[in-house]
Ligand binder design. Sequence first.
Ligand code: 13P
Ligand code: SF4
Length: 406
Amino acid sequence: MWDHGDVTTTAVPEAFTEPAPSALFLLGRGVDLASERGVECVGALPSPSDPDLVERARTARAALGGRAVVLGHHYQRDEIIQFADVTGDSFKLAQNAAARPEAEFIVFCGVHFMAESADILTSDAQQVVLPDLAAGCSMADMATIHQVDEGWDVLTDVGVAERTVPVTYMNSSAAIKAFTGRHGGTVCTSSNAEVALRWAFDQVGGVDGDGKVFFLPDQHLGRNTAVERLGLSLEDCVVFDPHKPAGGLTEEQLERARMILWRGHCSVHGRFSAKNVADVRARVPGVTVLVHPECKHEVVDAADMVGSTEYIIRALDAAEPGSAWAIGTELNLVRRLAAAHPDKTIHYLDSTVCFCSTMNRIDLPHLVWAMESLVEGRVVNRIVVDADDAHWARVALDQMLALPGL
Ligand code: 13P
Ligand code: SF4
């Protein structure tokens, strides 16, 4: 639980605040493919305007039956969520993929790093399919294995590596997870970051000792967890910039730091600001502000509650009828929450923040194409992690799955 401070909620009779359409809404597909992982799908996709698309999806899903499981992240479009056998945050979906040995195909409606994790956690006989290979993650792409290896060399040269445990957020490539496994670290998600950080510090003398965590690639989740949950200070945190020599840090800064945060962030959650929180409080008396820990520290500090997507869903399920909420997370999820809770008033924290463009690349035409191809015996867009990376990434993922209290 990340709650801080008493939460007062007051009924405010107002409908869901739908953000105004913007050019960013159009980023769902086909834009600047060269800058993102994957490029477009090969093969004939059904047209998005095809009125028979839903029926075709139903038919293909029924034909696949128990041979396939369709996993849907909470940020997926409604048109996809309706076909998901399981919906969840990245942690729940990873657990679910691992718990489905009977499924021949895992159709992963999420982003690339999640599908890689599913491939690592499932047997060689199971095949993971990502309906659009361009569904990457800008945050995951902010840490390449080459940069991270160089960063570790810096820590080794300065003499702090042996007192440092790497922890990588689930939102990272399989190669980065493997780096973490090779160096005795763990993976974490936004649901278990606190437990993972406590475990990591325990490997090097505890939170009150002089050991360090090298946290990849989301500086905000790392800082928020360290400061809000572990009681470390902002001064204990330094940011390692892979584009600067030695990360832009002096030996003394690295020596003093407890949290060495990679300079990465989520391009969706990173857009919320403390001003958004102040504005909504001025506009909606008694509103409870609930944000994801990928938001900047100033936002988390100004909010009433902080938590992963699963936490946000549970908090709204438990909320009093008539209460008013402002939510700082991805728009597809907030819109569904608003529709599911007509007895509560749900605002979007900032009307200029849009959908996650890469999550949105998975649309019904791609899902139909992927499922129909499987029915015809063609496995398209299979995600396969190379054996050595898969082995070491699995070590780090198993460490996460074995964390106490999960
Ligand atoms: P969770 O699913 O762990 O809450 O992470 C949010 C996210 O940004 C996924 O890409
Ligand atoms: Fe990546 Fe952020 Fe999109 Fe999640 S919401 S997939 S972290 S860009």
